[in-house]
Design a protein around this ligand. Structure first.
Ligand SMILES: Cc1ncc(COP(=O)(O)O)c(C=O)c1O
Length: 403
């Protein structure tokens, strides 16, 4: 995004405004592919940025879809169902029926509980539709299956004839899934997890005689959000790749990634709406706030995210420190504390970088009934595409005409 792009965007859209850059997004996927073993697959976790699935077609191998809403979004965006991984801790029957009757089960379906297995196998039988299942191993929380349940399900999937519930359905085992958390900076944790998975694969082979065809692993690769953060990503990915190479079990690996794919292509443009000095502090009020900015690892607004001030200007050692506050009616709406800014004026623009993942969906967007920010994509061909206008939320919060 150059100076002219910023001027054009501000001429055509109100702030706050999310801008996603297609070129940066694609370069990011190329970077990840170049730094991971070449046979490793990439599955985009749609939750990180549901707007960007369609721009990732042809760049990633699969799309992990975690709710009915995400499924409808991907369907609408024309993503081939063969690339869907229908996932989620709560799979409700109506949306699963929709998937079966609209050809959306051609990819893979995760299994997070015995009840989910029973729902999916009975729908498979009812619709006469073969499905490929990806049981999820828990990492010790509400997600996925215990090891004992997982082994039992593998038995049932691989010998459906002997299982009263699975018989008559057409179930194939696609692999197993494991995800234990996001923003994982610790390679030790990866080492432990991959070694645990290696042991599990051995156990499955020894006890059940089953070769698991795929490991779908969510590595939760981290993003460096704050200035001064020391993260050598090349070295991190090199070490991670060597951990994959050291696994005894040689099987296809699919990495489920969200944050690491989309964070860096996004910016939030927000204006300084007001400036004041209360007691001994300088306060700048932004037209955005914590409902639009989700920086994982931010702590009491003390860390300084990567940002730019626009129009651009020099900084000086004696620049005053500003507390950047949002437009919500809570003292918690503090975006950044004590940020030195040169000659700050009402109307100046702040461009918060690395906001392409989770920021636009995780915020408490309905609080105070403020408008949702517009979302635009700066496309590779130089065009700007409006992906969503600045939608009012007051209609959702009691302002709609009574029917
Ligand atoms: C099952 C699963 N896979 C992948 C992801 C993506 O994680 P990240 O954005 O850290 O890459 C998530 C995030 O919650 C998830 O729940």
């Amino acid at each position: 995004m150059n100076q002219q792009d910023i001027r054009n965007l501000l001429d055509s859209c109100p702030t706050p405004l999310y801008v996603f850059e297609e070129r940066l997004l694609k370069e990011r996927v190329q970077y990840l592919r170049a730094h991971l073993p070449k046979e490793t697959g990439l599955c985009f976790a749609v939750k990180a940025n549901p707007f960007l699935g369609r721009f990732l077609q042809g760049c990633v191998d699969r799309f992990e879809i975690c709710s009915p809403g995400e499924m409808y979004i991907c369907e609408k965006q024309g993503i081939p169902a063969a690339q869907f991984v229908l996932s989620g801790v709560y799979k409700d029957e109506p949306s699963m029926r929709y998937a079966f009757t609209h050809g959306l089960c051609d990819g893979i379906l995760t299994v997070e509980s015995v009840r989910q297995f029973e729902l999916l196998s009975s729908l498979s039988r009812e619709y006469g539709k073969p499905i490929r299942l990806l049981p999820r191993l828990t990492s010790g929380n509400q997600f996925g299956l215990s090891e004992a349940e997982l082994l039992d399900l593998l038995r049932r999937i691989s010998a459906p004839g002997k299982d009263p519930l699975a018989s008559g359905s057409f179930l194939t085992l696609a692999g197993i899934q494991f995800f234990s958390g996001t923003q994982k900076t610790s390679l030790k944790k990866h080492r432990r997890e991959l070694s645990m998975l290696d042991d599990l694969l051995d156990r499955i082979r020894a006890e059940l005689g089953i070769e698991i065809p795929l490991l779908e692993y969510g590595p939760g690769f981290p993003v460096a959000y704050f200035s001064g953060e020391d993260f050598d990503e090349d070295a991190y990915l090199e070490e991670f790749s060597s951990l994959l190479a050291q696994m005894r079990n040689k099987l296809p690996i699919m990495l489920e990634l969200g944050r690491s794919i989309t964070a860096s292509c996004g910016s939030l443009l927000t204006r300084v709406a007001d400036l004041k000095r209360n007691h001994s502090g300088n306060y700048a009020i932004l037209d955005s706030g914590i409902h639009h900015l989700a920086y994982y690892g931010q702590f009491m607004a003390m860390k300084h995210p990567v940002f730019e001030l626009w129009p651009p200007r020099e900084s000086a050692p004696d620049d005053p420190e500003w507390n950047l506050c949002g437009s919500l009616c809570t003292i918690n709406d503090l975006v950044v504390k004590k940020l030195p800014l040169h000659d700050l004026k009402a109307g100046d623009l702040l461009i918060f970088r690395n906001t392409g993942a989770y920021s636009m969906t995780e915020g408490i967007s309905l609080f105070l009934s403020r408008d949702l920010p517009a979302v635009v994509c700066l496309k590779e061909n130089g065009e700007t595409e409006l992906l969503r206008g600045a939608e009012p939320t007051w209609v959702l919060n009691g302002g709609a005409d009574p029917v």
